[in-house]
Design a protein around this ligand. Structure first.
Ligand SMILES: Nc1ncnc2c1ncn2[C@@H]1O[C@H](COP(=O)(O)OP(=O)(O)OP(=O)(O)O)[C@@H](O)[C@H]1O
Ligand SMILES: [Mg+2]
Length: 372
């Protein structure tokens, strides 16, 4: 069976140890210190938080994913659902919680096809930012010294998309600052948005949490982890191929595992994986992801497409230089900047320092492969 996991949280044996970060998050939690966890996409933020909370056996976690929240009503309901699902496992205060939210008519349903359970709340009852205050108060009530609570807001930057974002943030902040014994963890991958929340002087969350930056896994231990997984499955990978994997995946944990998974699928038991196995594995990734790439291309303009293929071919630095403009056939640097801005907005590329990079390294490779 394929031992590589990507696109999902990894924990326990699947979690390649990162002792320094785990320890520091653990200490912050024990101190009741609020933190914000920041790092590139697919680098391992959620897994770090999840694994750390799991190891702190005494603690219970209220985990709220803000991905795609569109209104404070949805946000408040996600928090309610997170509390209900945590208490459901614990059962201690479950009936009290259920009663508190009875006006939302919570109900449990099991998808008859997948068999997966879910909680639903009455969509007709609208919740407001003020209700978030009540909901956060409840967290204080369920917290005890024997069973302390950690609250995790993942993809927290998405809160900025709410129409009433400033009001919602202000209410959350005013509540959270008085809950000094409850550690809150805010995680997100869009650095400038997270900075806007935590270091923007205008923001209610200004200086309210300590930064924990999540970078790539330590190379040697991640390489050992990968080699062991291939070996345990009766295969091996040579050092050159492994280096190439790290390089191609831009040192991003999830992309490295994705490529290893494709190498696994395109090799056989007893085989030693070498550099020339990589092309086949990458083609498999292309086959699986081409639809997404094509959809992205269909949403962008000709100029944006020129910039994108230009970055794929010539790299992401000095994009307003006359040389780059000439290479991509766009006469003005202002047009390039505008196109880049849009590509960032679409999350196709991102900017790090003075360099523009592909969010997905396989998309870049695909554009080259297609000779675009
Ligand atoms: N400690 C780890 N050990 C092994 N693999 C890891 C580890 N952390 C992350 N990964 C790899 O990265 C993938 C993404 O991890 P995770 O979802 O935790 O990242 P994230 O930073 O929260 O991503 P996103 O920005 O998409 O939310 C995992 O599925 C796994 O392949
Ligand atoms: Mg995540």
């Amino acid at each position: 069976m394929d031992p590589f996991k990507f696109g999902q949280v990894v924990s326990g044996n699947d979690f390649c140890p990162r002792p320094d970060l785990t320890k520091s998050v653990m200490n912050y939690i024990k101190q009741g210190q609020n933190i914000y966890v920041q790092g590139e996409r697919r680098i391992g933020k959620t897994s770090l938080i999840y694994e750390t909370c799991r190891r702190l056996k005494k603690y219970r976690t209220v985990y709220i994913d803000l991905f795609g929240v569109k209104s404070s009503d949805i946000l408040a309901k996600r928090i309610v659902k997170a509390i209900i699902s945590m208490e459901q496992k614990e059962s201690g205060l479950f009936s009290k919680i259920f009663k508190t939210f009875s006006h939302l008519r919570p109900s449990f349903t099991v998808d008859p096809i997948t068999g997966l359970p879910s909680i639903s709340l009455d969509a007709a009852v609208k919740m407001t930012p003020d209700d978030i205050e009540t909901v956060l108060d409840l967290i204080t009530e369920i917290q005890t010294s024997q069973k302390p609570v950690v609250v995790v807001f993942d993809e927290f930057q998405d809160i900025l998309k709410l129409k009433d974002a400033p009001e919602t943030l202000a209410i959350m902040r005013s509540k959270i600052q008085f809950q000094s014994n409850i550690p809150y963890i805010f995680a997100g991958s869009l650095r400038n948005k997270m900075d806007e929340i935590f270091i923007g002087p205008e923001s209610p969350f200004f200086k309210s949490a300590v930064l924990v930056a999540v970078g790539p896994l330590a190379e040697t231990s991640f390489k050992n982890y990968i080699v062991k997984r291939f070996n345990d499955g009766g295969r091996s990978i040579n050092a050159d191929a492994l280096n190439r994997v790290f390089e191609l995946a831009g040192n991003i944990s999830g992309d490295i595992q994705q490529l290893c998974s494709a190498l696994w699928s395109t090799s056989d038991t007893g085989e030693t994986i070498e550099q020339n196995n990589i092309a086949k594995a990458v083609e498999l990734i292309f086959a699986r992801e081409a639809k997404v790439y094509e959809a992205d291309i269909n949403t962008i303009s000709d100029q944006q497409f020129r910039c994108l293929t230009g970055i794929a071919r010539h790299g992401g630095k000095a994009l307003t230089s006359s040389r780059f403009l000439m290479n991509i056939g766009i006469p003005s640097s202002a047009s390039v900047l505008k196109a880049l801005e849009r590509l960032i907005q679409l999350r196709i590329i991102l900017k790090r320092g003075d360099e523009y990079k592909f969010t997905n390294p396989f998309f870049r490779a695909w554009l080259l492969y297609k000779n675009f």
